[in-house]
Design a protein around this ligand. Sequence first.
Ligand code: UGA
Length: 363
Amino acid sequence: MQELPSMNPTRIAIVGCGGFVGVHLVKQMLDLGYPVDGWDLEDRRLGELVGHKDFCFHHSDYSAPETIDDISKNHSVVIHLAALCNPSLYNTEDQRVIQSNFILPARLAEACAKEGSWLVYFSTSEVYGRTVSGVARGMGIEVGESNELDLLTEDSSPLLLGAIGSRRWNYACAKQLMERYLLALEVSSQLQWTVVRPFNFLGPEMDFIPGVDGEGVPRVMACFMDALLHGRSMELVDGGGARRCFTWIGDAIDGIIKILENPQASRGQCFNIGNPKNETDICGLAARMAGIYTQITGRDLPNPVWKNVSAESFYGPGYQDSDRRLPNVGKARALLGWEPRMTLDDTLRLTIDWFVQHYPVSH
Ligand code: UGA
């Protein structure tokens, strides 16, 4: 076990330990021998981890002032993951989205500044908003395909959100404000912070299947799995032309561990954690998932395999998409020695296999 230099000498706090990323992180930290204290309202994914001798699970949120005090006073490393981070909520649960992504974490950050603890805050790749070329195209300006123009770089890319009425950006705006607040607290009160910007992590335990272990609209992977498992067509929002880089959760967790084990290199930095080699548009994702699903299950695909839907009918008014999220991971490579490895097809195969094993197939 490598020593976390800032551990003093006790435990790591993970706020939001019961979500998809939290569960993988807790497991890896315990495997590496780091004791963890976790907070979450949700425990369905934690399973046997709850009984682990080095894991203390608090089945609660962290909003009470005494809980924030406890977390910041008794942990020299605090990891914040607790947030509403599902696009179907950004234009429907605006107030809760802004509270969970800015107002509550800001209180935690203030407490960490006071106590001298290091806050590792999970932000989002969505802070980049739209690409320069996407905005130009939206204004009717011709721009060619350009990886160079579209590459998202932590310390130089502009953060291009939309108008106030485009409520989808409530989430990215709250995350961005939180990033700016961390820097403000560093200047005023020497807060030690690190920001992680995740690019579409995929893997077992991701999201939920509506009506089975959650309600509402999950992210695209679970939406497509829900359709495949039930013999329904996958729905492509506005034709499925938006592009994403999907990142294997195991690669992502390695990156996070490298951040924790290299505090000198990590403090005061934002890091893209994503796999630029795994880029696909959403229509291409549907095609790959359909192929892998039939290989794994031998089952017939729905007819049609996918169909187009408008963003307004799928998400309601106020939704606007990120056209492309292509991460520059040069900084994580240079400062942490981190490189994502898992290919898109292997990432999908492992994730689809998990969904097939864990949910009933009904067609
Ligand atoms: C979301 C979050 O907002 C980000 O903060 C987070 O970093 C990111 O997921 C992530 O998983 O890391 P987004 O990529 O837009 O952002 O989330 P998805 O719901 O997975 O949507 C991806 C694309 O698929 C969008 O273009 C969406 O319109 C489309 N989609 C979604 C479909 O075409 N069909 C569906 O059934 C669902």
